[in-house]
Write a protein that binds this ligand. Structure first.
Ligand SMILES: [Cu+2]
Length: 150
């Protein structure tokens, strides 16, 4: 914790000068979770699928399981993971993704992502929408997702 403090100070100063990496969005936090960099890239015209990326930190001392993901902008939302098979990049749904105790699950290109299916209307660049995780025990976490230009 002592080590984290100077970093945090640098990051706060960085936010003021817009020089703190590309994480302009402040982190979203609850007692058990800390979320940062939640975003979706602008959808190409005609697409009905999109991936949401974020950094999900489990600050609890036990493993948690993601049972369900939902957002009003998509008919269905699923946790997916990319993997290599026979020299090809494929993706597969991960119905009960686990987040280890005191650790971070990164949803990022070529790894885990939240797949939005049946997006009827592409959200505008610069807009935000809510994404809700439901974990084991029924705990819910609502995340604010930013739509960024491609
Ligand atoms: Cu996917």
């Amino acid at each position: 914790m002592l080590r984290a403090l100077p970093l945090m100070a640098i990051c706060l100063a960085g936010l003021l000068s817009a020089a703190c990496g590309n994480k302009a969005e402040p982190a979203q936090a609850t007692a058990n979770w800390r979320v940062s960099d939640a975003h979706m890239n602008e959808m190409p015209p005609g697409q009905t699928r999109a991936a949401v990326y974020l950094r999900l930190e489990n600050s609890a001392a036990r493993e948690r399981i993601i049972h369900y993901v939902a957002t009003p902008v998509a008919g269905t939302a699923e946790v997916h993971r990319h993997f290599h098979e026979d020299g090809m990049m494929k993706m597969r749904a991960v119905p009960h993704a686990r987040v280890a105790a005191n650790s971070v699950l990164e949803f990022k290109p070529h790894g885990y992502h939240i797949m939005l299916l049946d997006v009827a209307e592409a959200p505008a660049v610069g807009s935000h929408f809510p994404l809700t995780f439901e974990f084991d025990g029924g705990e819910k976490l609502e995340v604010d997702v930013e739509v960024r230009p491609r």
